[in-house]
Design a binder for this molecule. Structure first.
Ligand SMILES: C[S@@+](CC[C@H](N)C(=O)[O-])C[C@H]1O[C@@H](n2cnc3c(N)ncnc32)[C@H](O)[C@@H]1O
Length: 343
């Protein structure tokens, strides 16, 4: 839906300020826009280095395929991942942990600092993700090996997109003013205390490749417990930080994603977006995150407690010139999307 929304804006330049998986940034890039993708996490910046900053047309496809093939042929060699995520915890089966260790060492030795590095590390993150023993996030592993964890690790060539783009690792509050001007800016900030660097701590370590000290059953990086927290993960600071970022982003149209179970109410979101002009709000019912659906479990994997509601409402606020905003949201206005004009 967001790709279609951007396409309707006819934007030539787009900013994805909390890019995460880069899923939305990729949809923007696929429309032909030059995209800048920003996030604080290492893994998001690597994914953006691969899918957003790498221009498929300038990549030597043969060299890339050969690199992936040779990494796939490497025998396993036990190292940090095997010890930490196969012995001290059970995120991967040892046969795959050893291959992850060998592949990541080889990328570091043979491609460190090269243009292919983010592409190859992305290929490894995705390959590891396909054989992990979790329910999706890396806060915990499942009690019995997940069926997919038995499969052998296999790297694939990422589906690169043509055209230029930019990957920025940084705090949105600090970098937003210096990013330049955009036709459209998309903001999808965290909406509660759950921290993405903790949810995807194995990806952080596979990117940093720094053998960090760790804590807890999930062997999370010590820096996650001790390091600074995002202002968007705190009820106390999120309102002012989001208002500042929305105010300082330089874009003809600002699109803000949020939902109805977060710390900021819809009225406050509309008010902050109004600095960019006319605001329209689209609302979409949606399934809640996977943890809510699976339920609450104790460390032994037994179900405890009760699960709250399984559906929430996603908001997409679109702010800017009235005629342009109305043109962008037109397909979603109507009885099913319950769109409302907020000014
Ligand atoms: C709701 S997720 C975005 C999901 C993304 N739209 C996607 O499709 O994957 C929020 C993202 O904001 C990032 N983040 C948290 N605090 C940040 C900050 N201060 N500056 C920039 N990014 C931040 C998190 O790392 C996370 O990737």
């Amino acid at each position: 839906m967001l790709g279609a929304l951007l396409e309707r804006s006819r934007a030539r330049t787009a900013l994805d300020l909390f890019t995460g998986t880069t899923r939305v940034a990729q949809a923007f890039k696929a429309t032909g826009a030059e995209v800048t993708a920003v996030d604080t996490t290492r893994y998001a910046s690597t994914l953006a280095g691969c899918y957003i900053a790498t221009d498929a047309e300038t990549v030597d496809r043969r060299a890339l395929q050969e690199a992936i093939d040779s990494l796939n042929r490497l025998p396993g060699r036990a190292g940090y991942v095997t010890e930490t995520f196969c012995v001290q915890s059970r995120f991967f089966q040892p046969h795959n942990g050893e291959r992850i260790d060998a592949v990541r060492d080889a990328i570091e030795a043979d491609y460190g600092g090269s243009a292919l590095e983010p592409v190859l590390v992305t290929s490894l993150l995705e390959a590891a993700d396909r054989v992990d023993s979790t329910t999706g996030v890396q806060m915990a592993y499942v009690k019995q090996w997940a069926p997919r964890s038995f499969r052998p690790l296999e790297l694939r060539v990422p589906e690169l997109l043509p055209g230029p783009g930019h990957a920025v690792r940084g705090d949105a509050c600090a970098v937003v003013g210096g990013l330049g001007e955009f036709d459209v800016a998309y903001l999808d900030p965290p909406y509660n205390q759950h921290r993405y660097e903790a949810n995807y701590h194995i990806w952080e370590t596979l990117v940093a490749w720094d053998a960090p000290t760790h804590y807890g059953v999930a062997c999370k990086r010590t820096e996650i417990r001790e390091g600074p927290r995002s202002a968007f993960n705190s009820r106390r600071t999120i309102l002012d930080s989001l208002a500042q970022v929305v105010r300082d982003v330089r874009a003809a149209v600002v699109v803000l994603s949020y939902n109805d179970e977060s710390w900021i109410g819809l009225d406050a979101l509309v008010e902050m977006c109004a600095v960019h002009g006319h605001v329209e709000v689209l609302t979409f019912p949606s399934n809640r995150y996977v943890g809510a659906r699976i339920g609450i479990h104790n460390p032994a994997g037994e179900r405890v407690g009760t699960v709250g509601r399984l559906r929430n409402v996603e908001y997409v606020l679109v702010a800017g010139d009235r005629a342009q905003v109305r043109r962008m949201v037109a397909p979603w206005r109507g009885p099913t999307s319950a769109a409302q004009a907020a000014s």
